[in-house]
Design a protein around this ligand. Structure first.
Ligand code: F6P
Length: 421
């Protein structure tokens, strides 16, 4: 063995041990404040520039992101072969057993495989167009090299004791092994819906309702004149912007509303023509899960009336807006729970989607979509008569770009301001 080879192995061991120590400390964290700090697991194995940040807000979960570059092969925590995977499992159980507060951490391997030549080609083209200096031929060469070295999770029985999920061609085929329990199954469900195609999600509140104009909560009121005008402007906007791509070509689009009449009326002028392959544009799906927060016994009251008649309740809500549940009504946490299935569905769409819903619901949805802390959601500004466009492009911005289109007409902002009570 030459000196150079020795130093490569020494480095591997040092990195692996550092990561083991960090991981052990993170998984055993007791102190609440420190645990909050540690919620951001930032481990990129193989390429420090590819730090992957994931928020985890219950339990202690760490995500080790094994880079898919060739550098990953020189890292022990990369899981690039059977031996490495076995080593990871042994190491995690070792750090669990050697700690004072013994814990049992479960290891789940996630393998993303793309065998569809068209998707690979599109991904390479997108990646090269980012201007990151990548050259398509070089990338193709790297893929070949990677294929020669990487050992896929074995389905011949030799790795049946591992928990893993293999995602082939973005959820076209999903193979799972030992993924039992609530959280592992949620991981499977969530990952199966993801894709890397660039796509747009548009969200808007309904046009001004009669209750908005009167400062009242909830109910099922119709639109005011101004609200009806917004509905007409929204239809034009949808036709010109949502149903067309940046080059003006028709693109497939979807429409979701809540079950309350103010969102259905807001979408009523949107056209539903059939496009080339029989797809009906903006065919409306009505979801009760998108209905506004239910204020229970306080439906139809104004904020001022709630303060006057139920001062204690108003104070409780001010103290903990996200957790406060209206008497016989809902809280922001309840909205988060009922939006869950819709979010799974949204994540799977490649077509543009317009969601017409309500203030509280869109605050939660928006916060999820842009990756904001949910504690901030109840105060998030989602103004009337405005369409918020969220664009996702896995290769260009990595995350999400936001554009707001104020369509008008102007409505009394004072009433909106009072809502922050
Ligand atoms: O006032 C419009 C409205 O959609 C009400 O129906 C709803 O109760 C409220 O906004 C939600 O906002 P907040 O959580 O700030 O009270």
């Amino acid at each position: 063995m030459t000196n150079t080879t020795e130093s490569v192995y020494d480095n591997q061991d040092k990195n692996a041990e550092n990561l083991s120590a960090d991981l052990a400390a993170y998984l055993q964290e007791d102190d609440v404040h420190a645990a909050q700090q540690g919620n951001m697991a930032k481990y990129a194995v193989g390429d420090e520039k590819e730090l992957l940040k994931k928020n985890v807000d219950s339990g202690r979960n760490a995500i080790l992101f094994a880079s898919n570059t060739l550098k990953g092969f020189s890292e022990k925590w990369s899981g690039t072969g059977k031996e490495r995977r076995l080593w990871i499992c042994d190491k995690v159980s070792e750090i669990g057993n050697s700690s004072q507060n013994k814990f049992r951490a479960k290891v789940i391997f996630v393998e993303v495989i793309c065998t569809d030549a068209l998707i690979v080609d599109q991904n390479l083209v997108s990646w090269c167009s980012t201007g990151a200096g990548a050259d398509k031929a070089q990338l193709e060469h790297t893929i070949l090299q990677y294929n020669r070295k990487y050992v896929t999770l074995q389905e011949d029985g030799s790795e049946d004791d591992l928990s893993y999920i293999k995602l082939i061609n973005y959820g076209e085929k999903v193979i799972t092994n030992k993924m039992r329990g609530y959280l592992p199954m949620r991981v499977v469900q969530f990952l199966s819906n993801l894709h890397t195609k660039s796509h747009n999600i548009y969200i808007t509140r309904h046009g001004q309702s009669e209750y908005n104009a009167a400062g009242k909560l909830g109910g099922n009121p119709p639109l005011t004149e101004a609200g009806q005008e917004y509905a007409r402007r929204l239809a034009k906007f949808a036709e010109e912007n949502i149903c067309k791509d940046d080059r003006g070509e028709t693109r497939k689009a979807r429409l979701w509303t809540s079950s309350l009449q103010r969102t259905i009326l807001t979408a009523e002028h949107i056209q539903h023509p059939f496009v080339d392959d029989g797809w009906q544009q903006m065919s409306t799906r009505v979801y009760r899960n998108l209905d506004e927060i239910f204020a229970g016994e306080y439906e139809g009251l104004t904020y001022a009336e709630i303060e006057k008649l139920h001062g204690d309740e108003a104070s409780l809500r001010k103290m903990d807006k996200i957790g406060y549940r209206y008497p016989r009504g809902e809280s922001y946490f309840d909205i988060i729970a009922r939006l869950d299935p819709l979010v799974q569905e949204l994540e799977s769409y490649e077509e543009a989607v317009l969601v017409v819903s309500h203030q509280a619901v869109l605050r939660v949805l928006y916060s999820y979509l842009v990756g904001n802390d949910r504690e901030l959601a109840p105060k998030q500004e989602i103004p009337l008569h405005t369409v918020v466009k969220l664009s996702y492009d896995a290769y260009h911005d990595g995350a999400c770009t936001e554009t707001r289109f104020y369509l008008g007409p102007e409505v009394n902002k004072k009433l909106e301001a009072q809502k922050q009570l």
